[in-house]
Write a protein that binds this ligand. Structure first.
Ligand code: MF3
Ligand code: CO
Ligand code: CO
Length: 254
């Protein structure tokens, strides 16, 4: 399988799926606070996706994943499983939402800071968002995947953070994950050339400490080996004839 070019009809469905995923993140904002369990956030998102959006939460039962969203706290890099654990003052948490609507996927995540988060944690969260947007700015026909990875890696490392290498962005459409692999590190001019109609996610994970990770015994939760804090932000991006369109953009980002 190679990188597919989406048709106009497919792009329209991806716009709808992307918008729904973004709206789940907007809906959940007032609920993400000290004392709430990640299971409660999971339940609110699940019910909203199923009952209001008439859509499907893609993570649920995906390769055996047991919940409808991913919630990754502090040293957790990604794929955290919602639980009865309560968010506490100072935590940083990523909420990753993927919905399926009319057979097509929208995938997006953002970080939340709970209460009085320390400056060093807030800095990580902000630099990681900047890294995502510097990667997105590279997206246009004729640019390469390496251009995206390079922009992200440069911003991370020049701010003394490391980039997780085991997970990457991905093509998306009827499949949750398809070609290409979108690395968050790389060299300018290397890798596949971008063409209008390609759709993929960019979802950099940056650590305060070393880049190395391990997966917990639950088989899912990826954490930093050195237990340093990790942050991630994700958008689903369409390559257009003259640049890109962010399919999962939220109101707050306009
Ligand atoms: N949403 C994640 C991504 O950005 C994938 C989660 S897979 C799951 O690719 F099974 F953990 F949900
Ligand atoms: Co993704
Ligand atoms: Co995601």
């Amino acid at each position: 399988m190679s990188i597919t070019i989406k048709t106009a009809e497919e792009i329209e469905k991806m716009r709808i799926a992307g918008k729904l995923a973004a709206e789940v993140l907007e809906m959940i904002v007032p609920h993400v606070k000290e004392g709430v369990t990640t299971n409660h956030l999971n339940e609110l998102c699940h019910n909203y996706i199923v009952n209001e959006q008439k859509a499907i939460p893609a993570p649920l039962n995906y390769r055996g994943f047991p919940k409808s969203i991913c919630t990754s706290i502090n040293q957790q890099i990604c794929h955290g499983i919602p639980s009865e654990k309560k968010l506490k003052n100072g935590d940083i948490v990523n909420i990753d939402i993927t919905v399926i609507k009319d057979d097509y996927h929208g995938d997006t995540s953002k970080m939340f800071c709970i209460g009085n988060t320390q400056q060093h944690a807030k800095r990580l969260v902000n630099i990681t968002r900047e890294a995502l947007f510097l990667g997105i700015e590279q997206v246009k026909p004729g640019a390469t995947l390496g251009d995206i990875g390079h922009a992200i890696q440069k911003h991370a490392e020049s701010n003394r953070y490391s980039v997780v290498r085991e997970f990457c962005g991905h093509g998306i459409g009827k499949n949750f994950h398809e070609e290409p692999h979108v690395m968050h590190f790389g060299k300018v001019g290397e890798g596949a050339v971008l063409k209008p109609g390609m759709i993929f996610t960019i979802e950099p994970m940056l650590n305060i400490g070393k880049r190395h990770m391990k997966v917990l015994k639950d088989g899912w939760t990826a954490v930093t080996k050195d237990r340093s804090l990790s942050a991630q932000w994700e958008h689903t991006i369409l390559v257009t004839t003259d640049g890109h369109e962010i399919l999962t953009l939220r109101q707050e980002e306009l």
